[in-house]
Design a protein around this ligand. Structure first.
Ligand code: DGY
Length: 339
């Protein structure tokens, strides 16, 4: 097991007076400076298998557990922290890795870090759209290999985003931010809301049209996924859906890997059912499906949607404020509804 690191206020020795906050990985500032005056921060420094994480929680007995998206915050892990554990403040907006039922059953709180990573993740979706449409990675490779034979009218032709139809599945904060960016590229936008009856924001009403999932799949030139991972959305994009998409379509996923059946996507890319794919997330992270790794019409990124220094610091601040509220027994600023 990893050597834990402990952080206490300068004037204090390790003791049982301060509540403990257990972080699996070290978090950027201002997490430490906000939390350490009020709690002892114990950092595991590694992503542990479920059994070992449960053992660490049982040993450290934190008041707040701070996992990130790779941690399995399962019933076993959460129950190992009882009765001291008051809540989980995840360093992520997504919380599919946290057992919400067990939190609710024990009256514990869950908080996440929404909003602050919206712009970075939307930028990443646009970067993938452009990279696939204009074959940026292929072009880069050609130049590095010094195999560019010179400009020609039919050389390395891509697809234009201007006038293309962007289909957004999941029209929450990030989906809407993607729509705002896509407007500037001259795309026409259709969307499927995650919740039936969800309101379209005023500034997007004129340019975005709500459609059914089926219409979104068959009409989009670029299909961008922004839905949470749930039992209902797992493998939302399967072989049948991929076959129903346009042959010139691009699939972009910056949400969660298991939204897409990667095996079916690899076949779709190999057999030309769609034009290409831009993926920041994968079913079996940190690995991409072997046949996606060899697909030249796929651009693959290592889950960097929120990876800017400024965004990660803002996430650290939001996470710290959630932790402090849970420690105080007040509602965290960003609670997750445990339905
Ligand atoms: C999140 O916070 O859920 C994102 O996937 C991190 O990039």
């Amino acid at each position: 097991m990893a050597q834990w690191s402990r952080s206490l206020p300068a004037t204090m020795e390790a003791n049982d007076m301060l509540p403990r906050v257990l972080c699996t990985l070290p978090l950027p500032e201002p997490f430490g400076s906000l939390v350490s005056p009020h709690a002892e921060i114990v950092t595991l420094g590694a992503i542990l298998p479920e059994e070992e994480l449960a053992a660490a929680v049982g040993d450290i007995r934190p008041a707040v557990l701070v996992p990130q998206l790779r941690d399995a915050a399962t019933a076993q892990v959460i129950e190992a922290g009882l009765p001291e554990l008051h809540g989980v403040a995840t360093y992520a907006v997504g919380f599919n890795n946290v057992d919400r039922k067990v939190l609710r059953d024990h009256g514990l709180v869950l908080a996440n870090t929404p909003d602050v990573l919206t712009a970075a993740t939307a930028d990443c979706a646009l970067a993938l759209m452009l990279a696939v449409a204009r074959r940026v990675v292929e072009g880069d490779r050609i130049m590095r290999e010094d195999s560019f034979a010179g400009w020609a009218p039919d050389y390395l032709l891509g697809m234009e985003l201007n006038s293309a139809v962007l289909g957004i599945v999941g029209f929450g904060r990030i989906g809407q931010a993607v729509a705002r960016r896509a407007q500037a590229f001259g795309m026409s936008i259709i969307y499927v809301p995650h919740h039936a009856g969800a309101e379209c924001p005023q500034d997007l009403k004129e340019c975005c049209r709500e459609v059914t999932l089926q219409e979104c799949y068959t009409t989009a030139d670029v299909l961008s996924l922004h839905a949470p991972l749930t039992a209902e959305t797992r493998h939302l994009i399967n072989g049948e859906v991929l076959r129903s998409m346009k042959r010139n379509a691009i699939l972009v996923n910056t949400a969660r890997g298991p939204l897409v059946d990667e095996d079916a996507l690899a076949t779709a890319l190999e057999e030309g059912w769609i034009w290409g794919a831009g993926l920041d997330v994968f079913e079996d992270e940190p690995h991409a499906h072997p046949r996606l790794r060899t697909a030249m019409n796929a651009v693959l990124l290592p889950h960097v949607g929120s990876a800017t220094g400024a965004t990660r610091s803002r996430m650290a601040e939001v996470c710290a404020r959630n932790v402090l509220a849970i420690l105080e027994g007040t509602p965290p600023p960003h609670p997750v509804v445990l339905d």
